[in-house]
Design a protein around this ligand. Structure first.
Ligand SMILES: *Cc1c(COP(=O)(O)O)cnc(C)c1O
Length: 360
């Protein structure tokens, strides 16, 4: 697509009309600790156990509903002000809240671009939101014209996954920028795998685009999938909507405390990212040599999509060797494709050995 900067009126009015009326009018739950802002030492306002918790750690207290310490740390790492960060109970909560904020059940629609992450569709179905599918091109790039043709005045969201799961590629930055300038709904860019990508993040562009929502997660490169921490970056206006609609204590205190500790280990994380990118390169080079491998797709993520002669039989073979990969054969454009997460050098060695025995 050409780089065009037309139709662009960066103003809050641009997106306010996309918000559901009931959400605009919503008076959010106000927690006990919300209403008081001063210095207090005796907390008898929330019916907690005043004697304590069997675990110490102040777990008898309700957690900070807005996770300010964690946001302050994220703000430093990501270079985004705290007010532009929302933390969800996994990205799945962010996706669900986006539907509930913008989409009138049974009336509004959203656009997804398969093959892509399954939760966009599941969450739409849960919220009774109409899905319009505009498949990726054979290159796995966005069909920008198809997207514009599929959109109407009830199209509230466009999900762009980049790097995309399960294909592993980045979406062209020019295409995404063009859509940010011309698509008339919210553009949600899911950057779950951004740490492994050669493409740069869109979180620095929030002031440029009022219709931009970027999702990231601590589940992948940060190694915290078990804590359930999904990140969302957007304008102050959009973030305030997420804060209004979320359950008051959506992030539990142990997750907040542990994530705060984990975020001090940036050098460990950067080291792992480097190693995974090296292993990815090594694996791509080795996989392509097997006679049953038809294609290894270029990846900017911590997994690779591999097209083989018979994905079902290879999947069976690997699982007999206790190696589990993901069979994506049923996804559009992914016939006979397996998605393989990059393991440690030892795990990758086991995978390669199992592939050798399959070849014979
Ligand atoms: C893994 C993944 C996520 C992360 O989901 P969490 O709920 O944060 O664990 C988000 N988007 C995509 C595309 C993913 O593959």
């Amino acid at each position: 697509m050409q780089e065009k900067k037309t139709n662009k009126q960066p103003s809050i009015n641009n997106v306010e009309h996309l918000v559901r009326d009931n959400i605009k009018k919503l008076i959010p739950y106000s927690s006990a600790r919300h209403e008081f802002n001063g210095e207090a030492s005796v907390f008898l306002d929330a019916n907690e156990n005043s004697f304590g918790s069997p675990l110490n750690q102040n777990f008898n207290r309700y957690p900070d509903p807005l996770q300010w310490q964690l946001k302050s740390s994220l703000s430093t790492i990501k270079g985004v002000p705290e007010e532009n960060i929302f933390i969800g109970n996994g990205s799945d909560e962010v996706i669900d809240l986006a539907y509930r904020i913008f989409c009138e059940p049974g009336k509004d629609n959203v656009i997804i671009c398969p093959p892509t992450y399954g939760m966009y569709e599941v969450s739409a179905n849960i919220n009774d939101v109409i899905i319009r599918k505009v498949g990726l091109l054979p290159s796995f790039q966005l069909d920008v014209i198809g997207i514009m043709n599929a959109a109407d005045e009830r199209t509230k969201l466009l999900f762009i996954c980049s790097p995309n799961n399960p294909t592993g590629n980045n979406m062209s930055r020019l295409d995404v920028e063009w859509l940010l300038n011309n698509f008339q709904g919210m553009v949600i860019i899911d950057e779950a795998y951004i740490n492994y990508s050669r493409q740069k993040t869109f979180i620095q562009e929030l002031t440029e685009y009022p219709n931009l929502i970027v999702m990231q997660t601590l589940s992948k490169a940060w190694g915290l999938a078990g804590l359930r921490l999904g990140l969302c970056f957007a304008s102050d206006f959009i973030i305030s909507l997420f804060n209004k609609v979320k359950p008051p204590y959506n992030i539990n205190d142990s997750s907040q405390q542990l994530a705060l500790l984990a975020l001090q280990n940036t050098s460990q994380i950067n080291d792992w990212i480097k190693k995974i990118v090296e292993e990815r390169k090594k694996l791509v080079g080795l996989l392509i040599k097997f006679s049953f491998v038809e294609k290894v797709y270029d990846s900017d993520a911590n997994f690779i999509l591999v097209k083989v002669k018979d994905a079902g039989s290879l999947y069976q073979h690997l699982s007999q060797q206790k190696i589990i990969v993901r069979n994506r054969s049923k996804e559009p454009g992914c016939a006979n494709c397996l998605r393989i997460t990059i393991g440690t050098p030892e795990q990758n060695e086991l995978l390669l050995n199992a592939l050798f025995t399959y070849e014979q």
